[in-house]
Ligand binder design. Structure first.
Ligand SMILES: Nc1ncnc2c1ncn2[C@@H]1O[C@H](COP(=O)(O)OP(=O)(O)OP(=O)(O)O)[C@@H](O)[C@H]1O
Ligand SMILES: O=P(O)(O)O[C@H]1[C@H](O)[C@H](O)[C@H](OP(=O)(O)O)[C@@H](OP(=O)(O)O)[C@@H]1O
Ligand SMILES: [Mg+2]
Length: 366
């Protein structure tokens, strides 16, 4: 994977072909080498022991873990082998630990972690009311929604957040008769009107980057509307141009709701403390009536689209993690996200984009 210079340490990397095709391998190898690491592209079909010594295991195994947890024997065998290898090599830095990644495989589970976060309410942060449908019995599901304060319109999402294309297949449901399309196991989450603006926060350890994406226009409960099926990829990518994102004329409020960076940092602190991932992303929409910030989704190792110098920040963070684990004081143990070393910058934000499609690099979350 790299020129014939010997590098003392190695990063073993595995990700799906789908993700791998989007990766700029040349740039990643350059960043690894500049930090004194070889980059080894691991093969899950071969024993890791036969693929060279690694010091860091960097992965996005979400699809394989999800398949294993759903009973896929081949995937289960792979995950067992990976976990056995890592337990035989406790000095390998894993980014991120499989048990932490598992937290984000189940939407109901991680929504519950967010909902239970007591600090959010007073900071104007929330996760929309949600409920899980264990069966497709509409009467039972209406009762479950009532008990949990979930109100139409709702977005129906697969409970399992990764592992197949269907994990991103969403359904907007406007009334009780629309619940007939919900296919359990699934969660329903109250829809938050947010003027079709999605804020994606990409996190690498203590650093984050925010970008705006198209989202869904404002919707209201209605007995007349049939469910709307969509996939996230067709509505919320940077280049998406879905009619679902075009605000209705009477919704053109002209008021721009500004993302509050302090709220973003609060969410990052909670994710780092309660979920403990180095590589994560989350989606925020701003309630257009209250201005409160709704965290509607958290992702493992997302795209890091437009994250400036992502690979450099990744390697810095890997080295930071190794340094901290060697000094045996984990970030999560003391519950604080500390300042990090490196090119210390003021705790400010560097506005690196125009105000419309703004992108803001946040450094040093304290
Ligand atoms: N509660 C909600 N209120 C308003 N819009 C929502 C809500 N939940 C989801 N959405 C819209 O649906 C999109 C997809 O939802 P979500 O992010 O949960 O799905 P996902 O497939 O896991 O996304 P990703 O591609 O980020 O993994 C969001 O980007 C947003 O546009
Ligand atoms: O541009 P984003 O970060 O929104 O796209 C992500 C998406 O949010 C999910 O994290 C995808 O992961 P899966 O849920 O596992 O499909 C990412 O796909 P990946 O192939 O990069 O892992 C998207 O990049
Ligand atoms: Mg999302």
């Amino acid at each position: 994977m790299s020129d014939n210079i010997y590098y003392e340490k190695s990063i073993g990397l595995w990700m799906s072909d789908k993700k791998s095709q989007k990766l700029n391998w040349k740039e990643l190898i350059k960043a690894c080498n500049s930090h004194g690491y070889n980059l080894v592209k691991l093969d899950l079909e071969q024993a890791f022991e036969d693929q060279g010594k690694i010091d860091v295991f960097l992965h996005k195994l979400t699809d394989v873990i999800a398949a294993a947890d759903q009973g896929d024997a081949k995937a289960a065998k792979i995950i067992r082998r990976v976990e056995q290898y890592l337990s035989n090599h406790p000095n390998i830095t894993v980014i991120d630990p499989l048990d932490n990644v598992r937290i984000l495989l189940n939407r109901y589970y991680y929504y519950s972690i967010l909902q239970d976060e007591s600090s959010f309410k007073s900071h104007g942060i929330f996760t929309p009311a949600f409920a899980e449908f264990p069966t497709s019995n509409i009467k039972d599901n209406i009762e479950i929604m009532r008990e949990r304060g979930v109100r139409f319109p709702v977005i129906c999402k697969p409970t399992i957040a990764h592992g197949s294309k269907s994990a991103h297949e969403m359904i907007l449901i406007f009334n009780e008769r629309g619940l007939s399309v919900a296919k359990p196991p699934c969660v329903v989450q109250s829809f938050v009107n947010h003027n079709a603006i999605l804020h994606k926060v990409f996190v690498v350890g203590n650093r984050y980057h925010i970008c705006e994406r198209p989202s869904l226009k404002n919707f209201y409960a209605s007995e007349d509307l049939d469910p709307i099926f969509y996939s996230t990829g067709e509505v919320c990518k940077a280049d998406s141009q879905s009619t679902l994102s075009i605000l209705d004329p009477n919704d053109e409020t002209g008021i721009k709701m500004h993302l509050n960076e302090e709220k973003v940092k609060d969410v990052i602190r909670v994710i780092r403390k309660k979920i403990g991932l180095i590589l994560a992303g989350f989606d925020v929409v701003i309630d257009n009536t209250t201005g409160n910030h709704a965290v509607i989704d958290i992702n493992v190792f997302p795209s890091y689209d437009n994250f400036p110098n992502f690979f450099e920040h990744l390697l810095d963070c890997i080295e930071d993690t190794i340094r901290k684990s060697n000094s045996d004081c984990s970030l999560e143990e003391n519950g604080r996200i500390e300042d990090y070393g490196g090119n210390h910058r003021p705790n400010g934000l560097i506005n690196i984009g125009d105000s419309h499609n703004y992108e803001v690099m946040g450094m040093n979350i304290i």
